[in-house]
Design a protein around this ligand. Structure first.
Ligand SMILES: Cc1cc2nc3c(=O)[nH]c(=O)nc-3n(C[C@H](O)[C@H](O)[C@H](O)COP(=O)(O)OP(=O)(O)OC[C@H]3O[C@@H](n4cnc5c(N)ncnc54)[C@H](O)[C@@H]3O)c2cc1C
Length: 390
């Protein structure tokens, strides 16, 4: 293993360099970072513990909202950067990943005016629609408040996006290894880090100048002894796909905020998000209300009371669906206290974590930010720094 008896790295390890940058975790964020590094000409190796297309993390499935309804200028700027990057990926790979279906935001969200203002300032269109107009356009959804409609929003195909990012990374020179579980990360110096990998044939150590750690729900387990991390709460989330009654009606994406002043919403767990997933139905889910979970000991079973409440939501607010004909989904959120991401570098380790159930839309921008942290070409937005969390 090359370390001295007292645990200090051996000279041979310090002088060795197997690859410039190793990216650990081949979900959305690691795949986007490996691609961004390869596009910069960096010698990069992406390590993923499971097989392509696995469903064990947070980046699987055929649908994610590319929701643009943010009031925070940092996120709005990241969205503005993400749209052309998604289109660029599609153009390069020929794989469609983003469809602009529009998103209907409704319910009692006091931020709607701020969101409209922030989007207008950024040149992203949004408009108010009456209940009658919204129900004329989307008869599958019930509305009882004015709708903030964002036409340049839509649906991302998560599986296709991850596959396209990895394919493009390889095209630009990256190595991608599946079935390679990283057991530990060890800092050897300012510009040296070694990762110990469990492979089908035993163990292997790789020494690199930088390690990017984007392991989602496993971040605390892999990095907890290496970096001082903010609280990262891992939950098992359980949206579901509901069958549609009429295959010909049009569906936007949707976000529905409860009215905290009304007892009518007492049974709601959180706000609702959703979209139509071709071939699977209408997806709807509570946001971040799932039970705490260990990503290596998941139940994969929906919590019954939350599922019943989700069916009730479909029954009362999604008349275009059959609330009794559904398929549950299981997925993990890794949530920070303020739902802001963690994007930072400490010595040779770059971390991307805490995407708090809303990271997918920003994936190519997060990849660019983490790649820039690798070669110090640009800092991450201050909102995401580790230091601001301590
Ligand atoms: C139900 C659900 C709905 C969502 N809806 C939306 C939405 O509508 N819009 C939106 O923008 N976002 C949404 N999100 C959030 C979004 O999907 C996540 O923010 C994003 O997928 C996080 O990507 P990641 O790469 O950080 O995590 P992951 O995809 O979990 O990737 C981490 C990877 O690391 C690998 N790994 C872990 N440990 C190791 C190890 N030791 N060695 C090697 N590899 C390792 C794992 O196998 C995994 O592939 C949703 C998430 C969920 C769960």
């Amino acid at each position: 293993m090359g370390s001295t008896r007292c645990g200090l790295p051996a000279l041979s390890e310090l002088s060795r360099l197997d690859v410039d940058t190793v990216v650990i975790g081949g979900g959305a964020m690691g795949s986007a970072t490996a691609r961004a590094l390869a596009l910069k000409g960096v010698d990069v190796l992406l390590l993923e513990r499971f097989e392509p297309g696995h469903k064990n993390g947070a980046s699987h499935g055929a649908s994610r909202n590319f929701n643009v309804s943010y009031a925070d200028p940092t996120y709005v700027a990241m969205l503005r950067e993400a749209l052309p990057l998604w289109r660029g990926l599609e153009g390069e790979t020929g794989l469609p990943v983003l469809e602009l279906t529009g998103i209907a935001n409704h319910g009692n969200n006091p931020d709607f005016p701020l969101i409209h203002e922030a989007l207008s300032a950024a040149g992203i269109p949004s408009e108010a629609l009456s209940v009658a107009e919204a129900e004329r356009r989307w008869p599958g959804i019930r509305f009882d408040t004015t709708v903030l409609y964002t036409p340049e929003a839509g649906r991302l195909n998560a599986d296709a996006a991850v596959a396209a990012l990895q394919a493009s990374a390889v095209t630009h020179g990256a190595q991608v290894r599946h079935g390679a579980r990283v057991l530990s990360v060890r800092v050897l110096g300012d510009d040296r880090v070694s990762v110990l990998i469990e492979t089908p044939t035993g163990e292997e150590t790789i020494v690199a100048r930088r390690a990017v750690v984007t392991v989602g729900a496993w971040t605390q387990k892999l990095l907890g002894d290496v970096l001082e991390l903010p609280s990262l709460v891992v939950t098992q989330e359980q949206p579901a796909h509901f069958a549609v009654r009429d295959p010909d009606i049009v569906w936007p994406g949707f976000n529905h905020a409860p009215d905290p002043t009304s007892a009518d919403y007492d049974w709601w767990y959180t706000g609702i998000y959703g979209m139509f997933t071709p071939g699977e139905g209408v997806k709807a889910g509570w946001h971040g209300s799932g039970p705490l979970t260990d990503p290596d000991a998941r139940t994969w079973l929906p919590e019954p009371a939350q599922l019943a409440a989700l069916q009730r939501y479909a029954r009362e607010w999604l008349p275009g669906t059959d609330p009794d004909d559904f398929v549950p989904i299981s997925c993990t959120y890794t949530t920070t206290a303020d739902s802001n991401f963690v994007l930072d570098r400490v010595g040779p380790v770059v971390v991307g974590a805490g995407f708090s159930g809303h990271g997918f839309k920003f994936t190519p921008t997060v990849g660019r930010i983490l790649a820039d942290l690798v070669d110090d070409s640009a800092p991450a937005p201050a909102l995401f720094g580790l230091r601001s969390r301590r």
